[in-house]
Design a protein around this ligand. Structure first.
Ligand code: BES
Ligand code: ZN
Length: 878
């Protein structure tokens, strides 16, 4: 193996946690801001035992001066090596002052203090989570050091008219030479990863809000001038989020101002800095002409997520980064509840479970698998994963389900009360939830410490003579390299029994009557549950609402799944039965079988004309699992074949429903009049899009003509992009003009242009690579902007399996090349895009060898970042 110095450094381990030797009670920061060079003066009031040396983190800082209690520090008392500033002989209560210089415009990693946009018109901002604060000043950069912050910003007034930092405003004023200052004081002690500042030319919209506790709060959203009109939807979403957290959890906002800022240059989606949230523009700006329905929902969800962190993350923060899911899993769950309340609960659940299966299950099944609470890491930024977020949210959902609505609220109240102002652990969380309800929840810790998706096996046996139905549940989690022996975890299984007419049966279990739905908990490797008074052999509906993040294995007959798909009164369970059936139909396409394929297409043909069925739900029912999910069903994965088979099963569905019925429905769904952004409008567009996609598989010329007309007359981005996608992916002659038109129309809007790149990166099969290479030469393409790099390379590598996984390996080589270039600009983005290689071990032999070669060539390059080398080394292992 080639030498990889960065990965050879020892990992950080959960087991090695020790409390900090020195704490910081107060921080006073002074910034003298400039685009190329900014100076940062930090006064830290320190507390600790004099015999322990003070060790502060700092990376890429030019140290200008250092003093203790106002006197310059004797050079014998400090040492600056290896990103650590070590000071000896500190006394409890002393104030350490450092002055450093940093270079914002040269910072292409977008971590620490950096420039967004151009040198002439851009603005300065910070990103500190997880370990960015050490790029701004010397500090114990760990989340269990909580301090009160006073921040003074100084800058040229003309170039930086707006100066913002987290906390309450505490004065502004003029300085000589056209400069000015502003000060902010945050009364709530916080870890340094929640620090933020913003400085530049920005416009704002404002709203007054009064909390349930009676505090008057000024809500302010900031963006560059040309986007300020697109901030109103986010403002509404923010207000809804604040009200919801008051009502659902009794949590109110706790400062006098709440600032939100949009930037086009951001590594992540958004960041919950105390009092100064910073958003990737993609998750804040919204207007009907350039924002799709799904993106509107995403804006609402991300605004809510970051706002909810104010309690789950900020008031109660994490002891160390191993506890990341304590804030992220919990906050994702809270956002899921909120979005379900604001929109449709079953559609939201469908979306979240689909995401879990598409993003988290593959992660948990391959070399990148890690527990929701990892036991070690080298680069923490690589652990903001679907496992920590999405599986973490599922674990909270199981706990909430176990406690019930009132019990969970009681538990959350206890958690917030006991841990307010503290840096907590997952044990603190489970402990508080349990203590408030007199229940021991510690068995659920097993879920947090173990990687891999448990397989839940279900077998039913009906005894006519005794009228008993016995359900035997067992679990098994495949071993992984670091965890050869997996343990049983508690698996709550929500279930119902259906009779042959599709009615739910009343349940009699353990001598109790249970209504028609109940939850049993599989808390061992195997258990049986016997239902009494069952008049005939039932069809079990298992794992209702996706009550646990497991893979269910149950030998349903296709007709039984079709019965659930047709009759389950719950929209999510219906969809779930349809997904299981579709997966079996996919197997039929592979093996030449017909039973499941007929059952699936036949049931959907009937549902297609069922009166009163929600249009959005029907759209989702008509969508089989994606290519990534279906790959799990192949021994040696051939993405080109999976694409063909999935297309084939959909054209079969299209033919069974019938081209005429599809076209008729498409036309019926046409809505005259202005764009309707309400639920009915969104549902209509969602179904119309799905119908058009199916029609494109069975009557291609008709579909392309309809798509072309739709593109031209579309009233909003949802319909415009749906039409463009059908034309582009279908290789229609009309695609060229439509793409040119889209580009002309949206050239000035970076978020719309990202869609223009992404839609072309989705062309299926061999031609995708050439298109991506051509688009890389487009003047609008740049690797320096994360959204643009993701739109083209991320979509190609992670969103287009048949395009990326070319049999000749050219997709792998292209990605590896670009990752090497990107790594020197922005290691976080490079590492994230590299996860597209996950799963290469399961590819068929030809592709597998190509992928391995591309990866090991990449691994052998000198000077890779810790971020990228960790991902490449992990993906290559095993
Ligand atoms: N705290 C994170 C943002 C973050 C992640 C900062 C990683 C630094 C490193 C934020 O709360 C978050 O989770 N953002 C998500 C979006 C959210 C809606 C799931 C993101 O950025 O992807
Ligand atoms: Zn978050």
């Amino acid at each position: 193996m080639p030498a990889r110095p960065e990965t050879s450094a020892a990992p950080i381990r959960l087991a090695d946690y020790t409390p900090p030797a020195w704490r910081v009670s107060d921080v006073a920061l002074e910034f003298d801001l400039g685009i190329d060079s900014s100076e940062v003066t930090a006064h830290l009031t320190l507390h600790g035992a004099a015999d322990a040396p003070l060790r502060l983190d700092g990376e890429g800082l030019e140290l200008l001066s250092i003093a203790v209690d106002g006197a310059p520090l004797d050079p014998g008392r400090w040492r600056h090596t290896d990103n650590v500033l070590e000071v000896s002989g500190m006394r409890d209560g002393s104030v350490l002052t450092t002055r450093v210089r940093v270079q914002p415009a040269a910072n292409t990693a977008l971590e620490g203090l950096y420039l967004s946009g151009s040198r002439e018109t851009g603005f300065l901002l910070t990103q500190c989570e997880a370990e960015g604060f050490r790029h701004i000043t010397f500090f114990p950069d760990r989340p269990d050091v909580l301090a009160r912050y006073t921040v003074t910003l100084r800058a040229d007034r003309a170039r930086f008219p707006v100066l913002l930092a987290g906390g309450n405003p505490d004065g502004t004023g003029e300085l000589p030479d056209g400069r000015h200052w502003a000060r902010f004081v945050d009364p709530h002690p916080k870890p340094c990863y929640l620090f933020a500042l913003v400085a530049g030319r920005l416009e704002k919209i404002e709203r007054d809000y009064v909390t349930a506790e009676g505090r008057a709060v000024k809500l302010v959203i900031w963006s560059e001038a040309n986007a300020i009109d697109s901030c109103h939807y986010a403002m509404d979403a923010l207000e809804r989020s604040m009200r919801w957290d008051e009502q659902a959890y009794g949590r109110s906002y706790d400062l006098d101002v709440f600032h939100v800022v949009a930037t086009h240059d951001f590594n992540m989606g958004a960041m919950e800095n105390k009092g100064l949230n910073i958003f990737n523009a993609k998750y804040l700006l919204a207007d009907p002409d350039t924002t799709t329905d799904d993106e509107y929902k995403a804006v609402e969800a991300v605004v809510a997520h970051e706002y909810f962190h104010n309690w789950s993350g900020n008031r109660v923060t994490c002891r160390d980064w191993f506890q990341l899911s304590l804030k992220e899993g919990l906050t994702v769950f809270r956002e899921q509840q909120f979005s379900a309340d604001m929109n449709s609960p079953s559609l939201k659940r469908i979306e979240d479970v689909a995401l879990l299966r598409r993003a988290q299950f593959p992660e948990d099944a391959g070399p990148l698998a890690h527990p929701v609470r990892p036991s070690e890491y080298r680069e923490i930024n690589n652990f903001y994963t679907a496992t920590v977020y999405e599986k973490g949210a599922e674990l909270v959902r199981m706990l909430a389900g176990r406690l019930g609505t009132e019990g969970f609220r009681r538990g959350m109240d206890r958690y917030f009360a006991d841990n307010d102002g503290r840096a907590a652990t997952l044990e603190d969380f489970l402990g508080a939830l349990g203590a408030a309800n007199g229940i021991d929840l510690m068995p659920y810790l097993a879920w947090y410490g173990q990687s891999g998706t448990p397989r839940l096996r279900a077998r039913g046996r009906y005894d006519e003579g005794t009228q008993r139905y016995t359900l035997t549940l067992s679990q098994y989690t495949p071993p992984s390299a670091s965890q050869p022996d997996k343990h049983a975890v508690p698996i709550p299984v929500k279930l119902a029994l259906f009779d042959r007419d599709g009615n739910m049966l009343p349940l009699h279990l353990d001598g109790h009557a249970h209504d028609t739905e109940t939850v049993v908990v599989l808390d061992a490797s195997e258990r049986s549950f016997t239902f009494e008074q069952v008049p005939h052999a039932p069809v079990p509906s298992l794992l209702r609402g996706f009550s646990a993040p497991v893979l269910l294995e149950c030998d349903y007959a296709p007709a039984e799944l079709a019965l659930l798909l047709t009759h389950d009164p719950d929209g999510f369970n219906r969809w779930e039965a349809g997904q299981q059936l579709a997966a079996r139909a996919f197997d039929d396409c592979r093996t030449g079988g017909a039973e499941a394929l007929d059952a699936w297409s036949g049931a959907l043909k009937r549902l297609f004309v069922e009166p009163g069925l929600d249009a959005a739900l029907l759209a989702d029912l008509l969508t089989p699992p994606g290519e990534i999910e279906l790959a799990e069903r192949q021994e040696a994965v051939d993405p080109a074949q999976i694409h063909e088979l999935r297309q084939a099963m959909q054209s079969r569905l299209g033919r069974v429903i019938g081209a005429e019925a599809l076209e008729r429905r498409y036309r019926e769904l046409y809505a005259p009049g202005p764009l309707a952004l309400d639920a009915a409008g969104k549902a209509r567009r969602r179904l119309q899009r799905r119908v058009l996609e199916l029609l494109a598989l069975v009557a291609v010329d008709t579909a392309h003509a309809l798509a072309d007309a739709q593109y031209r007359s579309a009233k909003g981005m949802t319909d415009r992009l749906a039409a463009l996608g059908v034309l582009v992916r279908g290789g229609a002659a009309e695609a060229t003009d439509a793409l040119a038109d889209f580009r002309r129309r949206h050239a000035d809007n970076p978020l719309a242009m990202d869609k223009w790149f992404a839609v072309q990166a989705q062309i299926p099969g061999e031609p995708a690579l050439g298109r991506v290479q051509a688009l890389e030469q487009d003047p609008a393409f740049t690797l320096k902007n994360p959204n643009r790099a993701r739109a083209l390379l991320g979509t190609f590598a992670s969103g287009n399996p048949s395009g990326f996984h070319r049999a000749d390996g050219a997709g792998y080589r292209l990605l590896a090349e670009r990752l090497a270039t990107l790594d020197s600009l922005n290691p976080q983005i490079a590492a994230r895009l590299a996860t597209a290689f996950n799963g290469w071990q399961r590819l068929e032999p030809v592709r597998r060898d190509m992928a391995r070669q591309a990866l090991s060539d990449l691994a052998g390059r000198p000077g890779l970042s810790r971020n990228l080398s960790e991902i490449v080394a992990s993906v290559l292992s095993r």
